[in-house]
Design a protein. Structure first.
Lengths: 295, 320
């Protein structure tokens, strides 16, 4: 076989490096993270992620302006703006989790992944890592902006240190949010190749249950009376992932006011519920992709 | 040409591409998909033929290391598929039968992404995606959305994604599904080129015998999860040449006359198929027709279809 001939357009073998499974999972996760924000897609795919990001950051921007005017920090780090965050993140997950999961199901691309070095659980793992990262960015960047806007206008190192110490529990709660939202959204989206159905089901899972929980909390006596809300009101928060997160935050010591009554002695139940929801979501994803075949 | 370029291909003794030993696969619900299959695939293009349910897809799943065999073993390129599935999948390209392409990405983007999923670094994936698409004849259209491609173009994207990782073996599942006759011919020519010029071993799974035999070096026929027959294509066909004789009238008389003269023949519609035993058969037919004074329309050598050859094996049929 001749070599070095310019007009030779024959088949070339590849002699370069071949990356191992961890690198392939990383590549898939990076690809998925980009598509969670509509990157590499048309302009329309970027509308929801960009809108959600801008709206999530608005309170932090307002805070930066008012602290410059001499006021104290407007929003707590541990809840940020609870209703806004819950609503915006529900919209983001409902719109973008199907982009990561349902799309591949719809076009039956899965056999092409399965016939490559990836193992069955690598695919959902990469998607989960990517989507958790996407949710983290949307939750933590506004918190960091809130922090920066505050410390720029804070007087002295003591004040900055106080802000920093208050920030960390907030970041930790943000991680819980991101993990639970990403797992739940992807698990639901992995059930159907039809994006509209997946979006609807995710909206029901996060938003409708939250509305229901709010109604029951109201009926059961409301969030008032920190000392001890009625048992019914304290139990009502368990029915929605969003209010479970609020219950866990208060159980872990978060003291900012909340539309969800403090769980009190039921705190551990909220913790268990959070883990159960997470385990169910990730377990379903694992089963779903362990069972996937070539056709 | 001596050893193949690059890739560290093993030289020396002809290495079997696929080696299957007493492979059995039973599914939980009692279905036996493969039943003690033992067969070896030599380098080149091999047709894997059998009816639906003969065990072709189960065999492909085991070869890719996606399904563990109940017993027995299978190795691809010298690697056990049950224990080295990652390696095997890294060096094998698989083309599914069914549609598997997203409509809203371009051919280049899609094949590049799958190149990365095969373990290629970013730049290499991009270069090899362009190369692969060029080899299947989609260079001009590579930036267009796949949704706008014709069926034939989609099949070629599916083929291109198997090539992007520089595989040493291709598993093609019914690669001509959904194509018109012209498209089928073009696809088979392309596959023959990949197997010949590119030096990549290929297994074509198909239930259409007549179609794949044109480009195959070997055939492996499965039936009910067991081996029906495995051989080179020449041994399937070379000794079994027939002559097709077409006359305007007097077909029964000609058949009787040929039988009297010692030729083995049988009618097949409007023609008479005569077993070809060297040059003498031609003379024999010529003399028979001349003596009977029949109007001869056509006399042609016909390679018997593989399908007929399997029908010639009643003892194997009976073992079902």
């Amino acid at each position: 076989m001749t070599t070095g001939v310019i007009h030779d357009l024959g088949y070339q073998h590849y002699d370069g490096p071949r990356l191992g499974r961890p690198a392939i999972v990383r590549a898939l996760a990076w690809h998925s993270l980009r598509s969670a924000f509509g990157l590499g897609r048309g302009a329309r795919a970027k509308i929801v992620p960009v809108l959600v990001f801008v709206i999530m950051c608005l309170p932090a921007v307002v805070n930066a302006v008012t602290t410059a005017g001499g006021h104290g920090r407007l929003f707590p780090y541990d809840t940020y703006v609870f209703r806004l965050r819950a609503l915006m993140m529900t919209i983001f997950v409902a719109a973008q989790a199907p982009e990561l999961m349902s799309r591949d199901l719809r076009s039956h691309v899965l056999p092409l992944y399965l016939s490559r070095p990836l193992r069955r659980l690598d695919y959902p793992l990469a998607k989960f890592l990517a989507f958790t990262a996407a949710c983290l960015l949307l939750i933590e960047i506004p918190l960091l902006l809130l922090y920066l806007g505050t410390i720029v206008n804070a007087g002295g190192w003591a004040a900055i240190w106080a802000q920093t110490r208050a920030l960390f529990p907030g970041l930790l709660i943000g991680v819980l949010w991101a993990v639970l939202l990403a797992a739940g959204g992807l698990a639901i989206a992995s059930c159907t190749g039809r994006r509209a159905y997946a979006t609807g089901a995710i909206a029901i899972y996060f938003f409708l249950t939250w509305t229901l929980a709010s109604i029951l909390i109201g009926v059961g006596g409301g969030p008032k009376g920190l000392a001890g809300a009625p048992l019914a009101a304290r139990l009502a928060g368990l029915i929605s992932p969003v209010t479970v997160l609020e219950g866990v935050r208060q159980w872990l010591g978060g003291t900012s006011p909340s539309p969800v009554p403090p769980p009190g002695s039921l705190g551990a139940v909220y913790g268990v519920m959070l883990l159960a929801l997470l385990a169910a979501s990730l377990g379903w994803l694992a089963v779903r992709y362990l069972r996937a075949g070539l056709s | 040409m001596t050893a193949a370029t690059g890739g560290g291909h093993a030289g020396g003794v002809t290495e079997m591409v696929i080696d299957i030993q007493a492979l059995t696969k039973r599914y939980p619900r009692g279905v036996t998909a493969l039943d003690g299959l033992t067969v070896r695939f030599a380098p080149g293009i091999t047709g894997l033929i059998g009816a639906n349910g003969a065990g072709k897809s189960t065999l492909i799943k085991i070869l890719l290391g996606l399904v563990p065999p109940t017993s027995g073993r299978a190795s691809v390129l010298g690697h056990d598929t049950a224990t080295s599935g990652d390696w095997v999948r890294g060096h094998t390209g698989y083309m599914p039968e069914h549609d598997c392409l997203p409509p809203d990405v371009s051919g280049t983007e899609f094949v590049t992404h799958l190149g990365r999923m095969s373990g290629l670094p970013r730049t290499a994936a991009r270069e090899r995606a362009a190369e692969s698409l060029r080899h299947v004849g989609l260079y001009e259209e590579r930036y267009r959305m796949i949704g706008g491609y014709s069926t034939g173009m989609k099949q070629r994207v599916k083929l291109a994604q198997t090539l992007v990782g520089d595989p040493r073996l291709l598993l093609l599942d019914e690669p001509t599904t959904g194509l018109d006759p012209g498209g089928r011919t073009a696809m088979l020519d392309l596959i023959a080129r990949i197997g010949g010029e590119f030096g990549i071993s290929i297994v074509i799974s198909s239930h259409l015998l007549g179609e794949v035999e044109r480009i195959c070096d070997h055939l492996v026929a499965l039936e009910a999860g067991a081996l029906l027959r495995a051989d080179t294509i020449t041994s399937f066909t070379s000794t079994r040449q027939v002559l097709a004789v077409e006359v305007d009238e007097g077909l029964p008389e000609l058949a009787a006359e040929l039988a009297r003269r010692g030729a083995s023949c049988r009618p097949d519609g409007r023609v008479l198929l005569v077993q070809l035993d060297g040059e003498a058969t031609y003379d024999l037919i010529r003399d028979a027709i001349a003596d009977l004074g029949l109007p001869l329309n056509r006399l042609e050598q016909r390679r018997r279809q593989v399908a007929e050859l399997f029908a010639d094996q009643p003892e194997l049929e009976a073992t079902r």
